[in-house]
Design a binder for this molecule. Sequence first.
Ligand code: ASP
Length: 572
Amino acid sequence: MRLNGWVHRVRDLGGLVFVDLRDRTGLVQVVFDPAIDASLVEQASELRVEYCIAVEGEVRRRRAGAENPKLATGDIEVFAHTLYIFSPSKTPPFQLNEEHLEVDESVRLRYRYLDLRRPGMYQRLELRHRIVKYIRDFLSARGFLEIETPILIKSTPEGARDYLVPSRLYPGKFYALPQSPQQLKQLLMVAGVERYFQIARCFRDEDPRADRQPEFTQLDLEMSFVTQDDILNLIEELYIGMIETCTDKRVLKPFPRLTHEEAIARYGTDKPDLRFGLELHDLSDLLCQTEFQAFRSAIEAGGIVKALCLPNCADYSRKQIDELTQFVKRFGAKGLATIAFSADGVRSPIAKFLSDSELQAIRERTGAQTGDLLAIIADTPKVVNECLSRLRHRMGQELGLADPNLMAFAWIVDFPLLEWDEEEARWNPSHHPFTAPREEDIPLLETDPGKVRANCYDLVCNGHELASGSIRIHQRGLQDKIFHLLGYSDAEIQERFGHLLEAFEYGAPPHGGIAPGIDRLVMLLAGDETIRNVIAFPKNTAMVDLMFGAPSPVSEEQLRELHLRIVHDDEA
Ligand code: ASP
């Protein structure tokens, strides 16, 4: 038999040379034995890790006691007859044959082609491939067409900055890379396609954040003549089938559906981790008359008081509680009040300000048992929900409630259509400007736009947002009205969206869709902490490709052709 691969490890025992040979399917032990060919053993003793070689030999069962149960091929070994070295290798900049070795990420990304040789990396690429293939097969079987849309296009606003590509042929003009194929897929619906999908690359020029990439992949999908339920049911079936087929993770079924309001009330966030309960409890109505000034003044100022009940944490030390307090302060809380219901009574720095009946009501509302610790915050709804949802998330992990093998999905529905932007003093779309308002809320567009609910949905899983979508506006008049509400002038509407509005005048079907992110999904299914691990060639957290050194300067000649001149900050 002939094997091609890389030298994973060499052990030269003086007489015998053992080589662990690696290819994409795994490892096998190759033996160079002087009894077969002494000069071959000499050649083999020159091998070093990561040499790329071919070996011909004979498969033999290992002698009893020499099996390696950790290897799939651990019962056999290959006795080599020939050895061919395709390429030697320099000593790699980091060790590739140790599974749990921590390697600095910038070195990994600089030598990504070596990093991808490390244990588990090929499996990640393979998992991603199987997931994408499952999606393609599933949708193809249901009459969807996969259609490519352009990468060089005009600005397609999804709330981020565009990447621009200067035009050589049209001085001063630019293409934009799509933030998503949103308008194109809507135009495909006007074109009568009815069921479209694409594994689409999207580009958004946003400021660096821990787990953000300037380009990312979505399953982009759109359907005509459907209701919100049709889309939710389709995606739910897709995800359940995909996860059960491609992974050994457990999925909670069916996916619960929560309104945005309910999600905020119960979990303080619209992307709750539902692998565990730990719901928030609103205490505001119980405490509006309280003597405790910090609570009362927060409520009087329009704020709320909410509690999180931490099971079996009543014996937390001063130090542990200080640590939790520092944690919530990072997200804007002024402090954290605690009540411990320990076996020997109530321990709480605020108990003396609360009446017995208030304490009793709080205990009943939160369902706190003996042994539990209440964490309470009083502030504006935004601060309370943000801080307690962060604390809930953290404690879910710390208390071991977040089962890594469980995928707890939920649909979040009924988002508000618009959000008020305090700084800019104007409305922004909570999803994007093409989202349809709920039919019965349309009259409110005139009177109370903030109250209008959208036909819009998010899919969340284990505390991550995995997809957003909506039923779209397909009437020119309504779309115009929304653009005006968002503060666009007639000229801007015409210039940026004229093509879409015009298309709506030619028999546009009702339509809607969704765009689940692929990177984050694969990350969760691979049990990873960062999407960079499931992207073959990611940029680092500073948006730099360390292998190519991109972005990079270009030649004067290229700039001239593109009619561009670089203005350095000090000249600007
Ligand atoms: N285009 C949207 C996005 O990228 C998703 C959608 O509405 O289908 O977030």
